[in-house]
Design a protein around this ligand. Structure first.
Ligand SMILES: *Cc1c(COP(=O)(O)O)cnc(C)c1O
Length: 356
């Protein structure tokens, strides 16, 4: 029996989208493929409010995170770390031998624009990495305000991991000055994993031309060259591309981008109010995520037991706290194509199980 996913990725995928995966293969050097590519491109630009090209990576998000730093950093990178995924980005930067520093703040606190300004004023950095939505803590960083700061520094690139936010919360790539905005499709896009999308600015592409990137697979200038022909450079994850095309058409033309964001907002508010009534919320107030809530286990419940009871009795799955927060918190994903009805159902069975 299928378990319905309320995990913060991978997320529940609608049957119609699963069916798209079994579309007969087409060759990726054909006109037919380019038509699909262009259609995806048009809708991704609408979703991200950008004129920048949006490249497709046949990898999970981590690959695009690696591409961002290997192509975008010439001098030194500053990794802002306030959760597991922003920490991963620092590890990726280090592992690739790129000059970098990390600035770590408490995981329940947001990255504040003032801190970014203070660090950039040193003149030491030509790129920063920030995670939009820390999936490990349910915290959303103020990317728009950070972008306003980064704009004051002409030579600094703003690299943003938007993995669990994109397609669930508003991101205005051009207005906010984001040079690379990346996301795997297995989170708020509600698609099977295996594909990542990333907008890249002209400034980043120019920088990439001058950086001696050691990566062959994740070379942005080469990826961009094929993008200009409405193709991917290497054989793409075909099934996911068929599904992405259909889902983007649904998001843009059926549900509507604004309605989609409002639906996420409503689900988030419902979960947040519920969490405050029975537990507490881990992240500092004012920065709660629109797509995942990390609920502090201040009642000392057995989180693993709750998860298995939800699976065994109701065929639904939520997530334990991430890393150090295991058992000290649990996470409810409210992203993708889930609805308020789904969320109300989930929370009411949690109430039953825990006799709240
Ligand atoms: C899930 C996630 C990742 C890692 O994604 P993969 O697709 O597994 O590589 C990175 N950053 C954030 C914020 C995530 O939620």
């Amino acid at each position: 029996m299928h378990e319905k996913l309320f995990t913060p990725g991978p997320t529940e995928v609608r049957t119609e989208l699963l069916q798209q995966l079994s579309t007969a293969q087409i060759h990726h050097r054909t006109k037919e493929f380019s038509i699909i590519y262009d259609d995806i491109q048009k809708n991704l630009r609408k979703l991200l409010f950008t004129d920048n090209p949006v490249l497709l990576f046949s990898s999970s998000s981590t690959g695009a995170m690696e591409a961002a730093v290997t192509n975008g950093v010439k001098k030194r990178c500053l990794n802002f770390v306030n959760g597991a995924f922003s920490d991963r980005w620092h590890q990726i930067t280090k592992k690739n031998g790129i000059a970098c520093d990390k600035i770590e703040i408490s995981w329940d606190q947001a990255v504040k624009p003032e801190l970014v300004e203070q660090k950039l004023q040193t003149g030491a950095y030509d790129a920063i990495t920030v995670v939009l939505n820390e999936t490990s803590t349910g915290l959303m960083n103020p990317i728009k305000k950070i972008g306003e700061v980064v704009k004051k520094f002409d030579d600094v690139l703003f690299l943003v991991d938007a993995v669990s936010g994109m397609a669930g919360t508003e991101i205005r790539v051009d207005d906010w000055g984001i040079d690379m905005c990346l996301a795997g499709v297995q989170k708020a896009f509600a698609l099977p994993a295996g594909l990542t999308v990333a907008s890249v600015s002209e400034k980043l592409l120019k920088r990439a031309e001058t950086v001696d990137s050691k990566s062959y697979y994740f070379n942005l200038p080469l990826l961009y060259k094929y993008h200009q022909r409405s193709q991917t450079r290497t054989t793409p994850a075909g099934p996911q591309i068929f599904a992405l095309q259909k889902q983007l058409d649904y998001i843009v033309n059926e549900e509507g981008i604004k309605n989609r964001f409002e639906r996420h907002q409503k689900m988030a508010e419902y979960v947040q109010n519920w969490a405050l009534e029975y537990f507490d919320i881990y992240a500092e107030e004012g920065y709660w995520s629109n797509t995942v809530t990390c609920i502090e286990n201040n009642r000392g419940i057995n989180v693993d037991r709750l998860i298995s009871q939800l699976v065994e009795q109701y065929n639904v799955r939520i997530a334990n706290g991430y890393g150090d927060l295991k058992n000290k918190a649990f996470r409810v994903g409210h992203m993708g194509d889930l609805t308020l009805v789904d969320i109300k159902g989930l929370l009411s069975v949690i109430e039953d199980i825990l006799s709240l």
